[in-house]
Structure formats: C-alpha cells, structure tokens
Design a protein around this ligand. Structure first.
Ligand SMILES: NC(=O)c1ccc[n+]([C@@H]2O[C@H](COP(=O)([O-])OP(=O)(O)OC[C@H]3O[C@@H](n4cnc5c(N)ncnc54)[C@H](OP(=O)(O)O)[C@@H]3O)[C@@H](O)[C@H]2O)c1
Length: 341
C-alpha cells in the first residue's frame, strides 16, 4: 500500500532546530512548507531549501506550486519603524490561508515568540482542517518538572500554549526533545576553543539526556504524522544518550587523548546568579542548574500515556553520545546560542 504523505507547514523552519525538521520532512517525502519572515536573516538556509525544489510564493498571491516539494511562504508583513517583527505572526487571514493548505503544523519558533503561538492556535481553530499541531516545546518536559523561577517563567509560557491547544481540542503532539546534543556538547566542552579548562556545573554527576539535532528532526516529523503519538507527550530518552558532565568529559578525554582541568562552579553560585542576573540573562543559568546540577531531564518516570521515542520507534537510530563526539572530531558542528529576548 502506498503511504499517504502529509503536507507539513513549519514555523521557524529556518532556525537552529527548525532547519533539521525541514530537512527531515523533505527526506521523508512530505510536501513541506516553511513560514518565514520576508526579511529573514537566514537566507543561506532558505536558499538551501529552495535548491531542494523550492518555489517562493508571496503570500498575497497564495497560489502554491503543488509540483514542488517545498514552498517557502513569504508573508508580506507590516514591519514597524522600530524593526519589530512581531506583526508577522499577527496576520490572522494569512495564517489561516497558509494553514488551510496543509495537514500538519509544527512550530519551531524561538522562545521570544512562544506566546505569539496563540495566533497560530487561533488560526488553526478557524481553518478547522489540521490533523496535528506540534508547538515549540523541544526541551524539558515542562508539565513534569519544577525549576528555578527564571526558567519556570520560561516553561510557564510554553505550558500556557499547551493548555490553549488542549482547550481548543486541536489534535497535538507535545515533544520533549531534551538537550540538543551538538548545542550542549559545544556549550559544555567548548571544543572550538581548544582550552585546557572545562567548566563543570555543580558536582558534574547529575545525568542529562543529549540528543543529536538530526535525530530530533527526523523523530519530530515521524511523530507528527503517526497516529500513536496523537494527543500524547513524546519524550526522547534513549538509554545511550543519558550522560553526566563528568562522564562526557571523560569520554572526550579518551577520544582526544587530552586531559582537562575541571573547574567546578558550586550550585549555590549558580542559584545566586539566577537571583541576581537581569532578565533574560538569568534564564540560561537557571537552565544549567535544572538540567546539569539537578538532573531534571531524568527526574521523572515516563508514564503509560507517554511515548518514549526510542522504545516506540525502534527503527529510528538515535546517534549515541559516543558517536556524537566522533562527529565533533571529524566535522565539528558550529556553536549556537538560543534567543531569550
Ligand atoms: N532543548 C534544547 O537544548 C534547546 C536549545 C535551544 C532551543 N530550544 C527550543 O527550541 C525551539 C526553537 O528554538 P531555536 O533556537 O531553534 O529558534 P531560533 O533559531 O532562534 O529561531 C527560529 C526561527 O524563528 C523565526 N523568528 C526569529 N525571530 C522572529 C520574530 N521576531 N518574529 C517571528 N519569527 C521570528 C526565524 O525564522 P525566519 O527568519 O525564517 O522568519 C527563526 O529562524 C524553542 O522552543 C527553544 O526554546 C531547545
């Protein structure tokens, strides 16, 4: 039987994690659409999508070239005189028109745009055709953990979107991808700096889950189109990807043949920083505390109603942390930093 492909619209598809989802969606054969600002800075990645057969469609025309696998929907928006792009996700009619063209909507918008997703929820309600919506979660399982106030405020915004989706009866999948692997290997080990010192947050013994971004992309598209993940929380927690900071450093030492000086930052210092740093600088330290000092990604049991991705999809190959470090030796992924404002 020929498998039916879903038309997938991705918000934030040119972004750090969004681009892995767009590539995965194309690879898995889904007609893929990217909702991108007309003056996006991410021209290189948009060009890459275009060269995968993309047709650029101006929103005001809204006739989609169905023969192409990917159409970049550039929505002409009202840029404010102050360079604010907020209005772009505010254009209800354009959102509804775009959403009516597809089956599945994924949002990989950055943290500052999390609450703007209420506009997407409203548009999905009006469009009435969406079989699945995945909001921009892709981190810790926000409904199961309790963290320092700056990170809690961050998670509360994501929770608010989850509740709005449930209230609107929109079929959903909430994805907890845990730590983006290359992102956090770069952050913790700083291989690009060739330093002799490595900073360790707290004792370095708490376990965290590090998943390679390419696998997060494929897994996200897989669950977005799979019935058993409908109205479920998907948690990516492969056994081979659970590791402490000390274990990660030791593995890196073995691979590089080097020995690093470990500089520990005590927990109290991290908590004090989360209380004294101005917003939003207090968010990343609070995340470090929750994930790497307290081990929050491993701090709860996976429930019967949850979908643990590596068990539910044994055909999906999750790159192990060991393999991820091999990638760093051969072709190190670029460091990145998430937007907090
Ligand atoms: N688990 C982890 O380790 C981890 C790490 C980092 C992030 N995250 C999460 O992953 C999700 C995506 O984050 P990200 O870092 O990948 O995002 P990002 O790269 O910062 O941004 C995603 C896209 O959002 C669009 N965008 C940017 N500013 C905008 C604005 N003012 N208005 C409208 N659209 C705008 C851009 O697309 P266009 O330019 O094409 O319009 C951009 O490519 C978030 O939920 C974040 O919290 C998780």
């Amino acid at each position: 039987m020929v498998e039916m492909k879903s038309k997938i619209l991705i918000f934030g598809g040119s972004g750090y994690i969004g681009k892995y989802m767009v590539r995965a969606s194309i690879k898995l054969g889904h007609p893929t659409y990217v909702y991108s600002r007309p003056h996006s800075d991410n021209t290189q990645v948009l060009d890459e999508f275009r060269s995968s057969g993309a047709v650029i469609v101006k929103a005001c025309m809204l006739h989609l070239y169905k023969q192409s696998f990917i159409s970049l929907l550039y929505f002409l928006s009202k840029l404010s005189m102050f360079g604010s792009f907020k209005g772009e996700l505010d254009d209800h009619d354009k959102l509804v028109s775009a959403i009516r063209e597809v089956d599945v909507v994924i949002s990989a918008l950055a943290y500052p745009q999390v609450l703007d997703q209420t506009n997407i929820v409203e548009a999905i309600k009006v469009a009435g055709n969406i079989k699945r919506f995945l909001p921009s979660d892709f981190g810790c399982e926000e409904d199961r953990i309790s963290v320092l106030p700056p990170f809690q405020a961050f998670l509360n915004k994501k929770k608010k979107i989850r509740r709005a989706i449930e209230e609107a009866n929109i079929p959903y999948t909430f994805v907890s991808a845990n730590c983006f692997g290359a992102y956090f290997v770069n952050y913790l080990l700083r291989p690009y700096q060739k330093n002799q010192e490595i900073t360790v947050y707290g004792t370095g013994e708490a376990k965290a889950v590090l998943n390679y971004e390419e696998d997060i992309g494929i897994c996200t598209i897989k669950v977005a189109t799979d019935a058993k993940a409908c109205n479920r929380v998907v948690i990516m927690r492969p056994r081979t990807n659970i590791i402490s900071q000390l274990e990660l450093i030791s593995l890196w030492e073995k691979k590089t043949g080097r020995s690093f000086n470990k500089i520990h930052v005590p927990e109290q210092e991290i908590v004090a920083l989360s209380n004294t740093l101005p917003d939003p600088l207090n968010i990343p330290v609070s995340i470090l505390h929750s994930v790497f000092v307290k081990g929050m990604t491993m701090d709860f049991e996976i429930g019967e109603d949850d979908v643990e991705a590596s068990a539910a999809y044994p055909d999906l190959k999750f790159t192990t942390v060991d393999e991820l470090l091999d990638i760093f030796l051969l072709n190190p992924p670029e460091p990145a930093s998430a937007a907090f404002e």
